[in-house]
Write a protein that binds this ligand. Structure first.
Ligand code: AMP
Ligand code: MG
Length: 411
C-alpha cells in the first residue's frame, strides 16, 4: 500500500458559506418524473394539479337525520310522513314531497325535493316508524354539503413546488388522480472506508472498531425521504475505493463516503476522487467536520465526508442534506433554526472556526431551552444520538447559562 503525503492538496481554510455554495453550485438539478400517487409522499410536485371534478361530487348530508323541505318546519313541532331511508352510497329513488321526510345517513346524497336536513337528535319517530316529529325550524341548506364545497373543476389543488404530505395524497385521491408529476426520488449510496472497520457483533481484533457511519448516514437519508443504497465498506485501498465509487455512481444519484478525507497517509478517498472525478478537497472553518471532499464522478455528486462519526453526521447536515434537497426540487433547503436560552454552559475554545455543539432542545414556557447533549468530541456519537439540535457557537469561548444561542433543530 502506497502512503501518500497530504501536502499535495490545497489546505487553505474556507468558510462554511463558501464550501456550501461550492457544493450547491455543482449539484445537478431535479429530474421530473411521473409516479403513482401511493409512491409520492414527500416528493415535490413539478407541475400544478388542477381538479377536473367537484368534491363533493353531489350535495349530501353532513348529519344523520331526516331530509326535509325547510318550509315544512316553519312552525314546530311538525309531523312529517317518512317515505324512505337513504344510506351513504345509495342513489335516491324517492322524492320528498310536501309534508314528507326521508331518513338519511351522513354522506348520502340529498334526495330530490328536500333542501335541508334535521339532525336525528331534534326528532322523534312514532312507534310504527311511519311519522317523524321535527322539534325545530331549520333553514334551507341546514346540514347540507353542496357539490363542489371543497373543490370545483378548474381549482388548483396543489401548486408546483409543493412537498406532498398525507393530506395532499388524500385530496388528490378525492379528485381521482392516480399519478403525479414530481421530481424524482433520489437514490443515494453510502460507502464506508477504513481498514479498521468491521460490521456487526464479531469479536474485535486489535485496532478494529465497528462501522457506525454507514447505519447513521443510511438513516439520515431514509429520514429525508431519499432511497438509501448500502454500498458496503471498503478497505483503505485505492483500487477498492475506486471500484466501489464507480459502481456506486453507476446506480445512484449521489454517493456519500465516510473516512479517508483527512490529512493522514492512508486517506485515499480524496486521492481516488481526484483521479476519477472532478473534485475539490476542502478544509472548512467549522468544528466538527472540518475536512470535506466533494466532486462529480461521471456527473454524479460524491460527498467525501469525514470519518469521525459526529463529523460525518454534521457534515451530512451542513452539506449533503441541503444539496440532496435541492436535487429533489425542494425550495427550502435547511432545517428550521430557533433562538434558545442556554442552560448550564456550552464551552468551546477560540480557534477561528464556527462550532456546532450537540444540544438537547426543549420548548418550555414559551421559549426554547438548550443544554449540552454530552461529550462534544467528534468521536462521541452517543451525545450526537441524544442531541435534538446543533447549537451554532461563533468563534470565542462559548456560551454561559442564560445566553441566547441559535440552534439548528434536528429531526
Ligand atoms: P479518517 O477520516 O478515515 O481518518 O477517520 C477518522 C476517524 O473516524 C478514525 O478514528 C476512524 O477510525 C473513524 N472512522 C472512520 N470511519 C468510521 C466508521 N464508518 N464508523 C466509525 N468510525 C469511523
Ligand atoms: Mg480512515
Amino acid at each position: 500500500m502506497k502512503a501518500r503525503g497530504s501536502d499535495e492538496y490545497p489546505r487553505s481554510v474556507i468558510s462554511l458559506a463558501e464550501a456550501r455554495a461550492h457544493v450547491l453550485d455543482r449539484c445537478p438539478g431535479p429530474v421530473v418524473s411521473e409516479v403513482p400517487l401511493a409512491e409520492a409522499r414527500g416528493l415535490v410536485t413539478a407541475a400544478p394539479v388542477v381538479a377536473t371534478e367537484a368534491v363533493p361530487p353531489f350535495a349530501n348530508t353532513a348529519m344523520d337525520g331526516f331530509a326535509v323541505r325547510a318550509a315544512d318546519t316553519a312552525v314546530p313541532p311538525v309531523d312529517l310522513g317518512i317515505v324512505g331511508t337513504l344510506p351513504a352510497g345509495v342513489a335516491p329513488d324517492v322524492e320528498v314531497g310536501v309534508g314528507e321526510a326521508i331518513r338519511i345517513m351522513t354522506g348520502a346524497p340529498m334526495p330530490p325535493g328536500a333542501d335541508a336536513v334535521v339532525e336525528v337528535e331534534r326528532t322523534s319517530v312514532s312507534d310504527d316508524g311511519s311519522v317523524v316529529t321535527v322539534a325545530v325550524e331549520v333553514p334551507v341548506g341546514n346540514h347540507v354539503r353542496s357539490a363542489g364545497d371543497d373543490l370545483r373543476p378548474g381549482d388548483e389543488v396543489v401548486g408546483a413546488g409543493t412537498t406532498l404530505g398525507p393530506g395532499h395524497l388524500g385530496v388528490l385521491a378525492s379528485i381521482g388522480v392516480e399519478r403525479v408529476v414530481v421530481f424524482r426520488r433520489l437514490r443515494v449510496g453510502v460507502l464506508s472506508t477504513g481498514d479498521e472497520l468491521v460490521d456487526g457483533s464479531v469479536p474485535l481484533m486489535a485496532g478494529q472498531i465497528r462501522d457506525a457511519n454507514r447505519p447513521a448516514l443510511l438513516g439520515l437519508l431514509d429520514e429525508m425521504g431519499v432511497v438509501p443504497v448500502d454500498l458496503g465498506r471498503v478497505a483503505d485501498d485505492e483500487a477498492a475505493i475506486a471500484g466501489a465509487l464507480l459502481g456506486g455512481v453507476a446506480g445512484c444519484d449521489a454517493v456519500l463516503t465516510s473516512g479517508g478525507v483527512s490529512m493522514g497517509d492512508f486517506d485515499y478517498v480524496k486521492v481516488v476522487l481526484d483521479r476519477i472525478g472532478e473534485m475539490r478537497w476542502m478544509q472548512v472553518a467549522i468544528r466538527p467536520a472540518k475536512p470535506l471532499a466533494f466532486g462529480l464522478v461521471d456527473g454524479v455528486p460524491v460527498f467525501g465526508l469525514p470519518g469521525n462519526p459526529v463529523s460525518s453526521m454534521v457534515s451530512f447536515e451542513l452539506f449533503a442534506r441541503p444539496a440532496l434537497r435541492a436535487m429533489s426540487g425542494h425550495r427550502g433547503l435547511d432545517r428550521p433554526r430557533v433562538e434558545a436560552v442556554v442552560v448550564g454552559e456550552l464551552r468551546r475554545r477560540a480557534d477561528g472556526k464556527v462550532h456546532f455543539g450537540r444540544v438537547v432542545v426543549e420548548y418550555r414556557d414559551g421559549r426554547y431551552l438548550a443544554w449540552s447533549a454530552g461529550g462534544q468530541g467528534s468521536h462521541q456519537l452517543a451525545a450526537m444520538a441524544t442531541a435534538t439540535g446543533l447549537a451554532i457557537l461563533p468563534d470565542g469561548d462559548g456560551m454561559s447559562d442564560g445566553d441566547e444561542v441559535e440552534v439548528i433543530l434536528l429531526g
